[in-house]
Design a protein around this ligand. Structure first.
Ligand code: NIG
Ligand code: FE
Length: 422
C-alpha cells in the first residue's frame, strides 16, 4: 500500500455534514494551523493537526513525506457547470458584443450557440476529445480537479451523442473526474424554428433513451429563456428525464425572469444555474426544495450584467455553488480562481463562502460529494497547495494563479516539481 504524509500546511476545508452548506455554515471552514494529511491509495486516511496525524502514519512502512511549509492547502476546485467541450472559439462575436449587439440578438440571427453547433457538426469525435483535452489541462493547472461538462452543441441525435461520447472518453485522458450532463435543449435548431415542441418530443423520444441506454449522462439540463425554451417545455423534458433516472438542472433566469428558479424548485432539481434575474419568491421556493444555486459570475462579467444576488441567497439559506460556465460565447474561462475573485470582490461573498461554493457545494450540485469537495477521511485526496496563508489569497492576488501545485488522488498532476506528467 502506498502512503504519503503531507505536513506543515495551513489546511482549510469546508466540513461535509451530509448536505450542502447554507446560511452561516456556508462560510465556516475547518482550519488546521500546522496541518497534516495522510493519504493511502489516493484516499484521505487521516487529517488534522500534525501531532494527531503522525501517530496514524507511524505504522506505515513505505511512507513518503511532503513538507508543505509556507503553503495553504485546500480542496481541489469542483467546476459544476461547463460547456468546455466545443470545436471553435467565437472571438468575432465577442467583439460584436463589446460593440453593443446583445447576446440573445446574436443567437436570434443564427450565431451564438448555433454557430458552435455548426462547428461541432464539422468535426469528428476524436477532434472534440483533443480540443477539449487542452482546455481541461488549463482548468487543471488552475486547480480544477473535478468538472461537469454539458453537451448542447449537437442539437441532433448524431451530434449530441458524439459530444457525450467525447465527454465520457475524456475521463481516460485527463486526471480530473468528469461528470456529463445532457443539454440537448440548449437552443432551437433552425429546422424546428416554427415547431420547437416537436424538437422537445425528438429529444424525449429519440435522444434520451439512447443516452440512458449507453449511460452517457447523469443529469439533463435545459436553457429556459425568452425566444429559447419555455417553462412548459422545460417541465415536459425534465420530467421525462427524471423518469429515466437522470438528475435535472435548469439554465434559469439568466437574462429574463421566466420563472426557471420556480420550476427547479417544483421539480426538486439538483441545481438552478445563472439566476441573474430570478425573483425573491422563487429563490425562497428553491431554498425550501433544497435546490442548489449555481452562480456563474464570469457570465455576468462577460455579458456586462448585474451579478446574481449571492448575499440575498445566503441570507435565504440557499446553498450557493460557483462555476465557470466555460463556453465559447458568454463566459470563456477555465479558471475557478477568476470565478472566486469575482464572487469575493463583486458579489460580496467572503473568501470562505466562495471556497465552500467552489468545492463542497459544487460537488453536491453534481452528485459527487461522497467522493470530492472537502478534505475528510474516506474522500479522495484531491487538493491544491496555494502560494499564500489562507484561501483569501485567490481573490487578493488578482489576475494571476495562486495555485502552486495540484494533487489528484494524492498524486501531483500539475505544478510543483513533479507535476508535469500530464
Ligand atoms: O450558460 N445560456 C446558455 N448557455 C451558455 C452559453 C453557451 C454559448 O453561448 O455557447 C450559458 O451561458
Ligand atoms: Fe451554461
Amino acid at each position: 500500500m502506498s502512503a504519503t504524509l503531507f505536513t506543515n500546511a495551513q489546511i482549510y476545508t469546508p466540513v461535509d455534514d451530509g448536505t450542502p452548506l447554507s446560511g452561516a455554515s456556508q462560510g465556516q471552514l475547518s482550519h488546521f494551523t500546522r496541518g497534516a494529511i495522510l493519504v493511502k491509495d489516493g484516499i484521505i486516511a487521516a487529517i488534522g493537526q500534525e501531532e494527531q496525524v503522525r501517530p496514524d502514519a507511524g505504522s506505515e512502512k513505505m511512507i513518503e513525506e511532503i513538507d508543505c511549509r509556507g503553503k495553504c492547502l485546500i480542496p481541489g476546485f469542483v467546476d459544476p457547470h461547463t460547456h468546455i467541450c466545443f470545436a471553435k472559439q467565437r472571438e468575432a462575436e465577442f467583439t460584436m458584443r463589446i460593440e453593443g449587439t446583445p447576446y440573445l440578438e446574436i443567437l436570434k440571427k443564427g450565431g451564438g450557440i448555433l454557430s458552435s453547433v455548426k462547428a461541432v457538426a464539422a468535426v469528428s469525435e476524436d477532434d472534440l476529445v483533443e480540443s477539449t483535452r487542452k482546455r481541461l489541462k488549463t482548468a487543471l493547472q488552475f486547480g480544477t480537479t473535478t468538472i461537469e461538462i454539458k453537451s448542447g452543441y449537437g442539437l441532433d441525435t448524431e451530434n449530441e451523442l458524439k459530444m457525450l461520447r467525447a465527454i465520457n472518453r475524456l475521463a481516460n485522458h485527463v486526471p480530473q473526474d468528469i461528470c456529463a450532463t445532457f443539454l440537448g435543449a440548449h437552443a432551437i435548431p433552425p429546422l424546428y424554428k416554427n415547431n420547437p415542441d416537436d424538437f422537445i418530443d425528438l429529444i424525449i423520444d429519440e435522444m434520451l433513451p439512447q443516452i440512458v441506454a449507453e449511460d452517457l449522462a447523469t443529469s439533463c439540463d435545459i436553457f429556459c429563456e425568452k425566444e429559447v425554451f419555455t417553462l412548459e417545455q422545460g417541465r415536459k423534458l425534465l420530467k421525462a428525464a427524471q423518469q429515466h433516472g437522470l438528475a435535472v438542472k435548469i439554465h434559469a433566469d439568466e437574462v429574463h425572469d421566466l420563472g426557471g428558479a420556480g420550476l427547479a424548485a417544483e421539480l426538486r432539481a439538483t441545481s438552478a444555474d445563472h439566476l441573474l434575474a430570478a425573483s425573491a419568491q422563487n429563490l425562497d421556493a428553491m431554498a425550501s426544495a433544497g435546490v442548489i444555486a449555481n452562480l456563474l459570475p464570469v457570465t455576468a462579467y462577460s455579458l456586462k450584467k448585474n451579478y446574481a444576488d449571492a448575499r440575498l441567497m445566503i441570507e435565504k439559506n440557499l446553498p450557493v455553488a460557483l462555476a465557470t460556465d466555460c463556453n465559447p460565447g458568454s463566459s470563456f474561462t477555465e479558471s475557478m480562481q477568476f470565478v472566486i475573485g469575482l464572487a469575493v470582490l463583486n458579489m460580496d461573498m467572503t473568501p470562505s463562502e466562495a471556497l465552500t461554493a467552489a468545492t463542497l457545494n459544487a460537488a453536491y450540485s453534481i452528485g459527487l460529494a461522497d467522493r470530492v469537495g472537502s478534505l475528510e477521511v474516506g474522500k479522495q485526496a484531491d487538493f491544491l497547495l496555494l502560494d499564500g496563508e489562507s484561501p483569501a489569497i485567490i481573490a487578493y492576488h488578482a489576475g494571476v494563479s495562486s495555485v502552486a501545485s495540484v494533487y489528484k488522488k494524492g498524486v501531483c498532476v500539475a505544478g510543483g516539481s513533479q507535476g508535469n506528467s500530464y
